[in-house]
Design a binder for this molecule. Structure first.
Ligand code: ADP
Ligand code: MG
Length: 224
């Protein structure tokens, strides 16, 4: 069977740009090489036993991509270091392999991109680019709060995708605290209403994987 990553659609994912962190800095998915990503994370290196609360079959089902066809959303909510970004990147890779158009931003980078675009009278163009993606990732929502204008732009992007395109959000904040990001109960309620209407929600609270690994290596050094 032909490798689907070599299909014309997959080559088009030269535009499945994984824009990680820096606005405008693009990382391309090149099927003929390996995946070039800021960090490469996949499910084969994800230890599901470390997060027993995470529904492994459901996460792996998302990797099959039907939820994107159905224009549903996904949220990974939980404390730092529990693997939210790891799962998000693994789902990005899965979607790229299936030929979906994907863009990956941190929430801060996305807001910066929108604000800059607005200043330069380029907002429509950037909104159009985002609109042409099947899946938009907004990583780390909640670490930084935005100006009112920034929050409104982010709201606009999220609300525009409702029932049309998929959105994957990772956040350290419980939904009840999203008012801190979207400044104002009304906007937050309107957003959550749309976002959670058809949404796969994964709660990933627990001890940080990083912390646990570093404790393990300290212990094993002591035992040497
Ligand atoms: P979060 O986004 O929730 O803060 P990350 O996904 O960035 O956490 O995870 C922090 C680090 O720990 C990353 O290097 C990630 O690959 C690793 N990690 C987290 N959880 C797991 C896990 N269950 N199995 C393997 N590696 C993990
Ligand atoms: Mg993260």
């Amino acid at each position: 069977m032909d490798d689907p990553s070599h299909s014309p659609r997959a080559v088009e994912i030269a535009h499945a740009i994984l824009n990680h962190g820096k606005p405008g800095a693009c990382t391309f998915y090149r099927p003929e090489y390996k995946y070039i990503l800021p960090v490469h994370k996949d499910f084969d290196t994800f230890d599901f036993t470390a997060v027993p609360a995470l529904n492994k079959p459901k996460v792996l089902e998302l990797a099959r991509g039907d939820w994107i066809e159905q224009r549903a959303n996904a949220c990974f909510i939980g404390s730092p270091g529990t693997g939210k970004t790891h799962c998000a990147i693994a789902l990005v890779l899965a979607a790229c392999r299936q030929g979906q158009r994907v863009r990956f931003y941190t929430a801060a980078a996305l807001v910066t991109r929108l604000e800059e675009a607005q200043k330069q009278y380029q907002l429509d163009r950037v909104l159009g680019q985002l609109d042409r993606t099947d899946l938009l990732i907004c990583d780390e929502l909640g670490y930084l709060s935005f100006s009112r204008a920034g929050a409104e732009l982010l709201f606009q992007v999220f609300a525009d995708r409702y029932e049309r395109k998929s959105l994957l959000i990772t956040s350290n904040l419980a939904f009840s605290d999203w008012g801190q990001v979207f400044q104002g109960e009304r906007m937050t309620a309107a957003l959550l209403d749309r976002l959670t209407h058809r949404c796969h929600i994964f709660e990933m609270n627990g001890e940080s994987f990083r912390f646990r690994e570093s404790m393990k290596s300290k212990k094993s050094k002591k035992g040497d």
